[in-house]
Design a protein around this ligand. Structure first.
Ligand code: GAR
Length: 193
């Protein structure tokens, strides 16, 4: 079973879905590390409850993002991590980390890329008045939400959906699409060194 790391900045509901999927066997992988970039996140709490070691990187402690990533790479190497799943990680990775895990870093984005990149995609799509939005899983490159698309699932808005209802629908799709896609990638042999 490939050893994976999950990077998260927030509530961690996608992390929770991934942890659960490894426990049921839907995702035949081991999450051996959770990386967070801020204090007091739901993601850190979830990881600790599940007994998964957490690395908290305070970017302000490092002169450059590359140096922060060096610290991560050291830990990920000693953990034997072969792939990284971004789950609400609100930072751009530099070529340093992206190249070290070439085509082995996956991200989930709450819109149908290339529409609505960035960190407020659900609200941006809602404000634009789209009738269909959705969820994208993609490989990570060093751009913003710009890597090759792996999977997408559409979410339709009804006439009465408000932003909160749309957010709930998007998250529900995320929590099934992410584990299913990771399982498919493992089957394809993506996560090997
Ligand atoms: C998710 O909706 C994820 O798609 C989004 O952040 C949320 C994290 O929720 N990611 C981005 O917007 C990346 N640009 P979670 O912490 O509950 O998993």
């Amino acid at each position: 079973r490939p050893k994976l790391a999950v990077f998260a900045s927030g509530t961690g509901t996608n992390l929770a879905a991934l942890i659960q999927a490894t426990q049921t066997g839907e995702v035949p992988a081991e999450i051996v590390r959770v990386v967070v970039d801020r204090r007091h996140t739901g993601a850190q709490q979830l990881a600790e409850t599940a007994g998964i070691p957490v690395l908290r990187i305070n970017y302000k402690d490092y002169a450059t993002r590359e140096l922060a990533e060096d610290a991560m790479l050291t830990v990920l190497a000693s953990d034997g991590v072969v792939g990284i799943l971004l789950a609400g990680y609100m930072r751009i990775l530099t070529p340093k980390l992206v190249n070290a895990f070439h085509q082995r870093i996956i991200n989930i984005h709450p819109a149908l890329l290339p529409s609505f990149p960035g960190n407020s995609a659900i609200a941006d799509a809602w404000q634009a008045g789209v009738k269909v939005t959705g969820v994208t899983i993609h490989y990570v490159d060093d751009g913003v939400d710009s890597g090759e698309i792996i999977a997408q699932e559409a979410v339709k808005l009804t006439a009465t959906d408000d932003l909160a209802q749309l957010t709930t629908k998007i998250h529900a799709v995320e929590h099934t699409l992410y584990p299913a896609t990771v399982a498919m990638l493992i089957k394809k042999g993506v996560f090997v060194k």
